[in-house]
Design a protein around this ligand. Structure first.
Ligand code: SAH
Length: 196
């Protein structure tokens, strides 16, 4: 399969912010993702009270869903609007604090304490800032990362995982010559080489 036409494409942070501003967010789904429901047991693997990471989280409703099940959720998203929308969509009170390690970085935390959403680029984060995770829900994240940044993204994600963590990854399969993306087409062979 030829992914040549997508390899050079770059979507800037500015463009993502614009999508949020314009309400051009067709990727957001009001209903919890059916694949998370289907594979929840794989993610949890019999464990409770997990730390679960949502890379490039947007205002994914699954964050509320997992928090309500007693897990702690950490997300990262460049759009402050997305994060504020998340809390207001679910009528969740929150507070806002700066993140000293990240210039301009902010953290929005639910008053209940179990949802912490970082407003910054994912590439500003490291395990020394946000710790490590027992589970990852990656939907609209790897496939939204610019193709040139995939290696860096995958190395970071591996670094953020605890030894026995589970990583659920949703990709999309289509002919990459027909759409410019995102979502980008990430072939299975590339996923294997990125994550091992
Ligand atoms: N995972 C979410 C959103 C998918 S769209 C969902 O399932 O609905 C991808 C999101 O990543 C957008 O909201 C965009 O603003 C955000 N984003 C893009 N680049 C980013 C980066 N470098 N760091 C953090 N967030 C980013």
């Amino acid at each position: 399969s030829d992914i040549g036409s997508q390899k050079e494409r770059v979507v800037t942070e500015e463009e993502w912010l614009q999508k949020w501003e314009m309400g051009n967010i067709g990727f957001h789904k009001e209903q919890g993702h059916p694949l998370l429901q289907k594979y929840l047991d794989v993610l949890l693997n019999g464990r409770s009270g997990l730390r679960i990471f949502f890379p490039l989280c947007g205002k994914a409703v699954e964050m509320k869903w997992l928090a309500d099940m007693g897990h702690s959720v950490v997300g990262v998203e460049v759009s402050e609007q997305a994060l504020k929308d998340f809390f207001s969509d679910h009528s969740l009170p929150y507070c806002e604090e700066p993140v000293p390690e990240i210039s301009g970085g902010k953290m929005f935390q639910s008053t209940s304490g179990n949802i912490s959403l970082y407003c910054c680029s994912i590439y500003d984060l490291s395990s020394s800032i946000i710790g490590k995770f027992d589970g990852v829900w990656d939907r609209g994240a790897l496939v939204a990362v610019n193709p040139c940044d995939r290696q860096r993204y995958a190395s970071l994600m591996i670094n953020l995982m605890e030894k026995n963590s589970s990583y659920l990854l949703v990709t999309v399969s289509y002919d990459p010559n027909k759409h410019k993306g995102p979502p980008f087409y990430v072939p299975e062979s590339e996923i294997k080489s990125l994550f091992g």
